[in-house]
Ligand binder design. Structure first.
Ligand code: ATP
Length: 269
């Protein structure tokens, strides 16, 4: 049977500086954690065991995937990215064999980061009458994470919006050593993300002068919402034949983003 397994992607060009609104302490802890991987021998001498797995959890669109990419870049590692749902199969054994292939492929290209988004679809709590297939797949994941020396040079990064759904065995230290809560950004965080997403866009002076206010008025917005806001404003500007984003474009995009339909056709309805 033909199987689709994540292949290494080109090294992400995302760095930690491209991820805004992340608490300073959390960024520092991530960097510290990665330094134990980069300086494995020194760490071992100090009795520090570099982590095997990291979990990023929090609401949708807060930058967990971006963070995983930045982690791979920081480690100069090959990036194997897939989603938990890619392992859901009707046929017994197929999901487990995909998990094995994923780790085998990564072991051939170390240093490597294996990133599994929506990991709850793969490592959800086992149910008393759960399916045989999903149980086998999860068991295989646990076996692979317990790979010991064969996992040297591999960092497993998982992301979820539903940490509460994850199986305790999966979360055990030695499998997942660090969990980071990636929250919705506060006002300062939103300003950082706004700065990131306006870096390469032309803004009218009144827009440029009111980015701080925009950060204040976008309470509840995720990084993905902010990205979508500026994409919509840019498209609106282009549609109006402008090469610069005006306040009217931002207001239009704000309405769209708040209504949650920023992908709809750009008409003033
Ligand atoms: P999900 O839980 O839905 O998978 P996620 O947390 O993985 O979402 P991303 O896929 O990383 O979120 O974010 C989607 C896009 O939103 C990013 O490519 C980026 O453009 C923007 N974005 C999200 N969070 C941030 C952030 N913290 N800083 C800068 N940009 C962000």
């Amino acid at each position: 049977m033909k199987q689709s397994v994540a292949k290494a992607r080109p090294l992400p060009s995302i760095s930690l500086d491209d991820v805004g609104g992340i608490q300073k302490e959390m960024k520092e802890e991530i960097l510290q954690t990665l330094s134990t991987i980069k300086n494995r021998e020194e760490a071992n001498e100090l009795g520090i065991h570099p982590p095997q797995g990291i979990l990023l959890y929090g609401p949708p669109g807060t930058g967990k995937t971006l963070l995983a990419q930045a982690i791979a870049k920081e480690l100069n590692a090959s990036f194997f990215s897939t989603s938990g749902s890619a392992f859901n199969e009707l046929f017994v054994g197929v999901g487990a064999s995909r998990v094995r292939s994923l780790f085998d492929n990564a072991r051939k290209q170390t240093p490597a980061v294996i990133f599994i988004d929506e990991v709850d679809a793969l490592a959800g709590k086992r149910k008393p009458h759960g399916g045989e297939e999903s149980e086998k797949t999860l068991t295989e994941l646990l076996v692979q994470l317990d790979g010991g020396h064969s996992n040297e040079g591999i960092l497993f990064v998982a992301a979820t919006n539903r940490r509460d759904m994850l199986d305790e065995a999966f979360l055990r230290p030695g499998r997942i050593d660090f969990s980071f809560n990636v929250q919705l950004p506060d006002t300062n965080g939103r300003k950082e993300i706004i700065d990131i997403h306006t870096k390469n866009r032309l803004l009218a002076p009144d827009v440029l002068g009111s980015l701080g206010t925009l950060a204040e008025t976008t309470s509840g917005f995720s990084g993905a919402d902010i990205h979508s806001l500026f994409e919509t404003a840019s498209r609106k500007a282009i549609m109006n034949g402008q090469n610069i984003i005006t306040k009217a474009d931002i207001d239009f995009a704000l309405d769209r983003t708040i209504l949650g339909n920023s992908n709809h056709p750009l008409q003033d309805d």
